[in-house]
Design a protein. Structure first.
Lengths: 227, 201, 83
């Protein structure tokens, strides 16, 4: 268990016979209580393919059903059911040619981080850029790791009062920001957008308006609040 | 037998009177929002409720006419087929009995039809004699669109998918015709006490 | 508050039903004629699962799950290349 932010932790799982996965995929987690009561949630895989352990980054939702158990109760040795990896639409692989644009809202960064890590691990020469929208600096997942990629990572903070030392963007994503980050639609990048549903739908709408083909904009919606 | 996740309970309510909980249900203090489609937003000046089909005389009400009718406040337990039950929910609505007054219904079945295209079917016998309402307030407040506002059908003795959200009318018929979820694998009647959730229950 | 997600959220369920991954499967809508990947379709959770065309909102699939049995109705034209 690794603490990422005050609200999120990465679980490192030992999954017997894990078949491997593609960056962008997720797993379905099912918990069973002693009396047989069950709850299921999906979590994106944060780790890149090739690592022996599976990493899931879970954001603790206040009054959540599953995330409080995963982030606060679960201890090494505890068990739950896992189905996966699943997903074939929201995946990137280093064998795909062309530039890559990743657009993340909050915990939507998790599957995009798997893509970023895979890009790094494979030494892919693809032109990859990440635009991350987060409420505050302290909410940014993998912050120190993202520092290493600072030339391809663009961050915007959306909470009303950004810290005084912050001189980056401090607004919701818009067409100008997407244009600044690029690559442009004329370069036909594979675009991946992930985060809360309203964020994803707005970002996808903006991207299509900028000329990206809808089929090139892959979306994964996390629901109202996030992962 | 799946592995037990030590210490996992979920958010369900633990101290409950078991005689109020139908088989396979869990009690909750939340009011989960479930829907087969996006929330419609019909302006009240465009809203109407129609009672028609196999009746001697069809009737229709505007919103003003509808809320001007004598209504009642009722408190009931509700049971969703997705396994949550919520006790003592309070609603204000017009009893379906009152809506049927003067219509001379001769059909034995009904379909509730709604904004957004949702439908559900019921025997007429299950919405008369104080068993059903068209409700427009929940917990003393106007019914939230996410929970079916401006008005929804309320039939608490059956699984809550029968309490159709965004209801705009009731159509009586001589034949029973499955509605939305009844056509897609859910039980035609839906009695929670007999656990009639699915097609083969 | 409830809001829709998308076909990715039921990738696991659909794979159990079809035996293959289908979020990358393309579907031509019976109502509006547009083609979108299943993963891009809007997912609603009611009594069961409803998948809808991201353009016009018409139904693409309705799924009822009874323990390990599924009832599924599909609409539109779903095309999968089996490799």
């Amino acid at each position: 268990m690794q603490v990422e932010t005050p609200h999120a932790k990465t679980l490192v799982l030992d999954v017997p016979d894990w078949p491997g996965h593609l960056p962008g995929q997720h797993v379905d987690v099912r918990l069973t209580a002693e009396d047989g009561y069950q709850s299921e949630r999906s979590y994106s895989i944060a780790s890149a393919p090739g690592t022996t352990d599976l990493e899931l980054t879970v954001e603790r939702i206040d009054d959540g059903e599953v995330s409080p158990w995963l982030t606060e109760e679960a201890q090494p040795g505890d068990q739950f059911e896992l189905r996966g990896p699943v997903g074939g639409y929201f995946v990137w692989d280093a064998s795909l040619e062309g530039p890559v644009l990743l657009v993340a809202g909050g915990s939507g960064l998790v599957p995009l981080m798997a893509i970023l890590r895979h890009h790094e691990n494979t030494g892919s020469g693809a032109d990859l850029r990440l635009l991350l929208s987060a409420r505050m600096l302290e909410d940014v997942l993998y912050r120190s790791e993202l520092e290493r990629y600072r030339d391809v990572v663009h961050l915007t903070l959306t909470r009303e009062q950004p810290p005084p030392e912050w001189n980056g963007w401090s607004r919701r994503i818009d067409a100008d920001m997407l244009r600044d980050v690029g690559p442009g639609a004329d370069q036909h990048p594979h675009v991946y957008v992930c985060g809360p549903t309203p964020f994803v739908e707005e970002a996808a709408r903006l991207l299509v308006e900028l000329g990206h083909l809808p089929a090139a904009v892959h979306t994964e919606r996390f629901g109202p609040s996030g992962g | 037998m799946p592995p037990i996740s030590r210490g996992f309970r979920g958010r369900r309510q633990t101290e409950v009177d078991p005689s109020r909980l139908p088989p396979g249900q869990y009690a909750t203090n939340d009011f989960p929002v479930l829907s087969a489609g996006p929330t419609p937003h019909t302006p009240l000046d465009e809203w109407s409720f129609t009672l028609g089909g196999a009746v001697g005389e069809a009737k229709s009400w505007t919103w003003e006419e509808f809320v001007a009718m004598p209504s009642e406040v009722v408190t009931r337990d509700i049971h969703c087929v997705t396994k949550w039950s919520k006790f003592d929910t309070e609603w204000r609505g017009v009893p379906v009995d009152r809506l049927l007054e003067g219509t001379e219904p001769w059909g034995k079945y009904m379909v509730a039809w709604c904004d957004g295209g949702y439908t559900t079917n019921l025997p007429l016998a299950d919405v008369v004699d104080g068993k059903a309402w068209v409700a427009y307030e929940y917990a003393g407040e106007p019914l939230d669109p996410e929970h079916g506002g401006p008005a929804r059908l309320l039939v608490p003795h059956l699984y809550f998918w029968k309490s159709a959200k965004w209801v705009r009318g009731i159509n009586l018929a001589e034949q029973d015709e499955p509605g939305f979820w009844e056509s897609y694998g859910y039980h035609n009647y839906g009695d929670p006490w007999k656990e009639q959730r699915y097609w083969s229950d | 508050m409830s809001i829709h997600t998308d076909g990715n959220a039921i990738a696991g369920v659909l794979e159990e039903i079809f035996g293959v991954e289908v979020t990358a499967t393309m579907r031509v809508c019976q109502s509006c004629g547009q083609e979108h990947a299943i993963g891009a379709h809007r997912l609603y959770r009611g009594a069961g699962l409803v998948l809808r065309c991201p353009n016009c909102g018409d139904i693409a699939a309705a799924v009822a799950t009874k323990q390990d049995e599924y009832r599924v109705k599909l609409f539109g034209t779903w095309s999968e290349e089996l490799v």
